[in-house]
Write a new protein. Structure first.
Length: 82
């Protein structure tokens, strides 16, 4: 409830060619203006996901290095590791 009045709202997002995770990453980057990584995996018996999102207001150089490290780890995560 971003408006604070209890009413529901809806946003429309264009589907990215890379799939649902890429679509959601684009949504967070444009709507919330926060960088993030989303990983999704599923097979016949289970589904898993990971959302890694940088917090607003962290501009210190050490925070940027930590974010880069975490984003790299997320990018190298295999579906079976979720």
């Amino acid at each position: 409830d971003a408006r604070g009045d209890g009413r529901r709202y809806q946003g429309i997002v264009e589907l990215a060619p890379g799939g649902l995770a890429e679509t959601l990453e684009g949504y967070f980057a444009t709507s919330e203006q926060l960088p993030g990584c989303i990983l999704l995996a599923a097979d016949d018996t289970r589904a898993a996901g990971l959302l890694l999102q940088r917090l607003p207001g962290s501009n210190a150089p050490a925070d940027a290095l930590r974010w880069e490290h975490l984003a790299t780890l997320a990018a190298t995560t295999r579906p079976q590791e979720l």
